[in-house]
Write a protein of this length. Structure first.
Ligand code: ZN
Length: 310
């Protein structure tokens, strides 16, 4: 008998974090600067733990090691994805991630990082940085060396429900007043390009200018990946991105829907509303794994959810 596997997040306190995860989702966050909840994580730096059921208390990493049948016996040393909720009460540093080849060569065999962001909520007037304006690599390097950040970086206004695909090599930064869901390759390889000149404990944080210049895609190519909305009567679906690393689909359920789980595994994030999944009550802020061979899932209620598979 296959069951849905719900997780308790791993929380990370950071200078730029806030309290929205407590007020919004009722999470028992460890403090008033909680910036990240690793809601579906097998990453050794912070694992999600099964909340209930026959696997209660096990980490996702343990499930991956000891119960590979839940993932359709797929191969791989590490669980491939990582899902986070991020609450930015201040600007995050401007970053870029390498691709798999660069990370393998330069970061001791680690993998690169392609990620995507779904805006759960944001302040009026909030914005985000994705990409840059340099036309050539030489221009890119000159603008970085000259600290011409306002000219270099592309800044966009954001709204609740926006989606951004951020392939490796894309300069990006989350800015103040943003609550988002991040789906990414399970990797920690990050190069910091610019940190607004801020100090932490009296010192600037380390920058990785050489690596950033190596890996930034130039010129920037804008990615608009969202497919059309399919209307199925009592629910709508929209494919936000279909990439080599993950496929992310938004479901907007208004009454009932059935979802067929045809993949080695599916990750599900309830982003708003509430209802039931095969009779089990769920609410915004729940994150779960639908294991291999689960079959068809019956969804009832009024809710939005994000479903990810590889
Ligand atoms: Zn990133």
């Amino acid at each position: 008998m296959k069951e849905l596997i719900f997780f308790k997040p791993f929380f990370k306190q950071v200078l730029w974090g806030g309290t929205k995860m407590r007020t919004r989702y009722g999470y028992e966050i460890p403090g008033d600067h909680t910036g990240e909840a690793w809601v579906i994580s097998a990453n050794p730096h912070g694992q999600s733990i099964v909340r209930e059921g026959i696997y209660k208390g096990l980490s996702l990493g343990q499930l991956w090691e000891e119960h590979r049948e839940l993932f359709g016996d797929m191969e791989g040393k590490e669980f491939p994805l990582l899902v986070k909720v991020i609450d930015a009460d201040d600007h995050l540093s401007i970053q870029v991630h390498p691709n798999d080849d660069y990370a393998f060569l330069h970061e001791h065999g680690s993998r690169g990082k392609t990620e995507c962001w779904y805006i759960l909520d944001c302040d009026e007037g909030a914005d985000i940085i994705i990409g840059h304006h340099a036309g050539t690599r030489q221009e890119l390097e000159e603008m970085i060396d000259g600290g011409r950040w306002e000219d270099l970086l592309r800044r966009f206004p954001i709204h609740k429900g926006d989606f951004f695909y951020i392939p490796s090599g894309t300069v990006h930064a989350i800015r103040k007043g943003t609550l988002l869901l991040e789906v990414q390759q399970n990797s920690d390889t990050t190069y910091r390009l610019y940190d607004y000149g801020r100090l932490q404990d009296g010192k600037p944080r380390e920058l990785h200018l050489k690596q950033s210049k190596d890996v930034i895609t130039c010129p920037h190519s804008r990615q608009n990946t969202c497919g059309p909305v399919s209307n199925h009567g009592t629910y709508e679906t929209c494919t936000l991105v279909e990439s080599q690393y993950f496929t992310v689909v938004k479901w907007n359920v208004k009454g009932q829907a059935s979802m067929s789980q045809d993949y080695p595994f599916m990750l599900m994030d309830i982003t708003s509303g509430k209802g039931t999944l095969d009779g089990i009550p769920v609410t915004a802020g729940d994150h779960l794994l639908v294991p291999a061979d689960y079959g068809t899932l019956q969804i009832q209620g009024e809710m939005e959810l994000i479903a990810t598979h590889i």
